[in-house]
Design a protein around this ligand. Structure first.
Ligand SMILES: Nc1ncnc2c1ncn2[C@@H]1O[C@H](COP(=O)(O)OP(=O)(O)OP(=O)(O)O)[C@@H](O)[C@H]1O
Ligand SMILES: [Mg+2]
Length: 510
């Protein structure tokens, strides 16, 4: 924010939003100025997404005032907010899968100044915005359903950017972006704010807030617990205590002093055309192996192939010595494999089913064969997991759809913690999970490992890979380029390898 006299563009006063049985917002105040990046911080379920949905016309508030450019407004529909100059990138993507990239960028509108939909110019305009985001390579005619999830996120951003908005709202945009893409996003945000556009930015990553933010408003239990803090100068301790009411050190549980057990997973020469090539790795019982790499480096595809959700073109996967049939998820699950995938909505959750059913989904067969008939035992087991991971609000009968993003993520991971899994494949397990709940999740993961479970972990957050894993594999462009004990690596070295490649690559290629 340049200068101190920047005009207040948005003011929210006493916003209240009730859902059946839950007061999501209980009197929120927020003030946003032209040209600033205003960060919203708060634990999972604090009300951040609900607040921006109220602001963008997706929800009607039950009480409170919205002052936009000096006038009280009430947006009945998202289109009304868009027309008023408020563009929103939601936490859940809202693209139309069956339409092309260009159609999605200009959905319901046409490029400014055309007056009619001119396909050629629309495609050109779409390409222009994508290029500005550093993703000119995304084909504008491609059906959105055929894009990887990171590219979908970019399309969703391109859409918001193309609106000529005066306020841009971003709900955890970085959750699906790789390190270099976040840098790109920040460059674009800086361009926008320099033109006086205001940005509301939501993230659980404090480093990002320090980097891009001007001011911070903290939500706790649906209320503003601190407003307009200095994003750069406010101590982390203070931010965390405003969020949680307590102080949490963001640390990893100590690595237990044990040597890994028997070989659990052996992958040899695994290849999948266009995704990854000739990958060999091992995971032992009681060991965490972390894979670092950019989005698009083939990490997720590798996990999915090991799990049998994709069929390898070459190579073998053996679990405890037994070879898995390629492309057979059921066989993998029978051998004790579990997987928490990256894209929780489409791949992992039955949104309208209750929380307990989603937690016991993978193990349902086991409950059934154990003579489980009433849903009593199923529920008891689910309640235990939901408690351990602090799924909020409590009550496992709620449809998963009504949980906040971070709480949905806990459900996805939680189902594999019920037991019976020997080898767990975790793809971005803490995406969207707040600092407090992360610590709980790390504890649970450590406990599993102490019980002899082996874990193969993919994470874009290098500190997470280094903090949790015993051994680290670095993946780039579909190949494993380095392997080392986590204790011998630091963040900088790993980032170097992940991005540009370093000399280490040729010295220690695996
Ligand atoms: N459609 C809905 N029906 C019922 N409850 C809802 C609905 N949407 C949100 N909630 C509840 O409102 C509260 C706030 O949720 P919200 O999604 O705003 O949290 P958040 O701060 O965005 O969290 P996260 O960091 O996990 O994304 C939560 O208790 C959530 O379960
Ligand atoms: Mg949210």
């Amino acid at each position: 924010m340049r200068g101190t006299a920047a005009e207040v563009v948005l003011e929210l006063q006493g916003i209240v939003k009730d859902f059946p049985g839950v007061r999501a917002l209980d009197g929120v105040d927020l003030e946003v100025r032209a040209g600033e990046v205003h960060c919203l911080l708060g634990q999972n379920g604090a009300g951040k997404s609900t607040l921006i949905k109220v602001l963008s016309g997706a929800h009607r508030p039950d009480a409170g005032r919205i002052m936009w450019l000096g006038e009280e407004v009430s947006f009945a529909r998202p289109q009304a907010a868009m027309r008023a100059g408020i563009a929103t990138i939601y936490q859940e993507l809202d693209l139309v899968e069956g339409l092309s990239v260009a159609d999605n960028v200009f959905l319901g509108r046409e490029p400014a100044g055309l007056g009619f939909v001119h396909r050629g110019r629309m495609r050109e305009a779409a390409r222009g915005v994508l290029t500005r985001l550093g993703h000119g390579e995304i084909p504008v005619d491609r059906e959105v359903a055929k894009l990887p999830s990171a590219a979908k996120q970019i399309v969703s951003m391109a859409r918001a950017l193309s609106m000529d908005a005066r306020l841009l709202i971003m709900d955890e945009p970085s959750a699906v972006l790789a390190h270099d893409e976040v840098a790109n996003l920040f460059r674009v945000i800086r361009e926008l704010t320099a033109q006086g556009i205001a940005v509301i930015y939501i993230s659980h990553r404090l480093e990002e807030i320090r980097d891009i933010g001007d001011r911070v408003t903290v939500l706790k239990d649906g209320r503003t617990s601190a407003a307009n803090l200095d994003a750069k100068g406010t101590p982390t301790r203070e931010l965390v205590s405003k969020m949680t009411g307590r102080t949490i050190e963001y640390v990893f549980p100590p690595r237990p002093d044990h040597s890994p057990g028997a070989e659990l997973l052996a992958v040899e020469g695994l290849s999948l055309a266009g995704e990854f090539h000739d990958v060999s790795l091992k995971v032992h019982a009681g060991e965490i192996v972390g894979i670092a790499g950019l989005v698009g480096s083939g990490r997720s595809e590798l996990l999915e192939t090991i799990y049998g959700a994709r069929r390898a073109g070459a190579g073998t996967v053996r679990v405890a010595g037994q070879e898995l049939r390629p492309g057979d998820v059921r066989a993998a699950v029978r051998q004790g494999l579990g997987m928490a995938p990256e894209e929780r909505k489409s791949q992992a959750l039955v949104l309208d089913d209750p929380v307990y059913r989603n937690i016991t989904l993978a193990t349902f067969g086991r409950f059934a064969s154990a003579g489980f008939t009433s849903h009593g035992r199923e529920r008891t087991a689910a309640v235990r997991i939901a408690d351990e991971l602090q799924v909020r609000p409590p009550g496992v009968e709620r449809p998963v759809r009504t949980l906040s993003g971070g709480n949905q993520q806990k459900v996805v991971v939680g189902r594999w913690l019920l037991g019976g899994t020997r080898l767990l494949l975790l793809d971005e397990p803490t995406r969207g999970v707040d600092v407090g709940a992360r610590a709980e999740l790390y504890e649970v993961i450590r406990r599993l490992v102490a019980d002899g479970v082996g874990i193969l972990l993919v994470s874009s957050e290098v500190p997470e890979v280094l903090g949790l894993a015993d051994r680290v594999l670095v993946m780039r462009e579909g190949r494993l380029i380095h392997e080392a004990e986590a204790s011998t690596l630091d963040e900088h070295t790993v980032l170097d390898m992940v991005m540009a490649g370093s000399l280490l690559e040729t010295e220690n290629a695996v």
